[in-house]
Write a protein that binds this ligand. Sequence first.
Ligand code: IPE
Ligand code: IPE
Ligand code: MG
Length: 247
Amino acid sequence: MTTSASPDAIPEPPKGPSHVAIIMDGNGRWAQQRNRPRLFGHQAGARRVREIVEACPDIGVKYLTIFAFSTENWKRTQIEVAGLMTLFKRYITKEMQAFVKERVRVRFIGDRMRLDPKLQALMDETEKLTAENDRVHLTIALNYGSRDEVARATKRLAREVSAGKIEPETVDETTLARFLDTHVLPDPDLVIRTSGEARISNFLLWQSAYAEYEFVDTLWPDFTRDHLAEVVGRYGLRERRFGAVPA
Ligand code: IPE
Ligand code: IPE
Ligand code: MG
């Protein structure tokens, strides 16, 4: 059956992504270009986040998930890792009230247990203080790795099975997804990586099964709201098929 649109019909505006996930990469190279230590780049990168979060409601993005520290980033020098951990603590302390004021709901994903208890406490406090907010949902991936997340989810699922609470035969995709750190979030529609690298580096592997990807050359500290709006605009022109034949 074919349907023909009436000549007067107003074409539907392209639908934007509701959930955007960003691999914020390139801080180190940004600092290197300026002959400064890598931490200088991380500080500049952290300052970028506010602008990008604030841009989201204006361009129709309800969920923003950002990759701040991966389970593999512990392999960096002790100086860089310690500097990053201090930066996260300072950043959360400084931004907490702004998140409340701007009605941003903040969540963290990743394995918190390995983080400094002071940082964990700040993360818990931010989540509690912003729990009623709904203007934009910001999820910060901190000590996050997709494989680690799936392994932790499987461990908890296995415990439920051995306690007799879940029948192994009933386990399906939805069951496993319920145990992931992202269980309350929709899947990302668009994943952006800055800095020109075209890889995923263990970010949201399960959740991004049908996401669109955009790899942009801009280094994260230079990524502005205009860059975001441009990438989001391109997304509207893409056709997502989810394995089906286009209608
Ligand atoms: C991303 O920037 C931030 C973190 C991984 C913490 P990088 O530090 O990876 O910057 P490059 O890739 O070395 O330029
Ligand atoms: C991914 O970037 C992690 C974050 C942006 C936090 P990396 O810089 O760690 O990834 P690789 O090492 O280039 O794959
Ligand atoms: Mg990098």
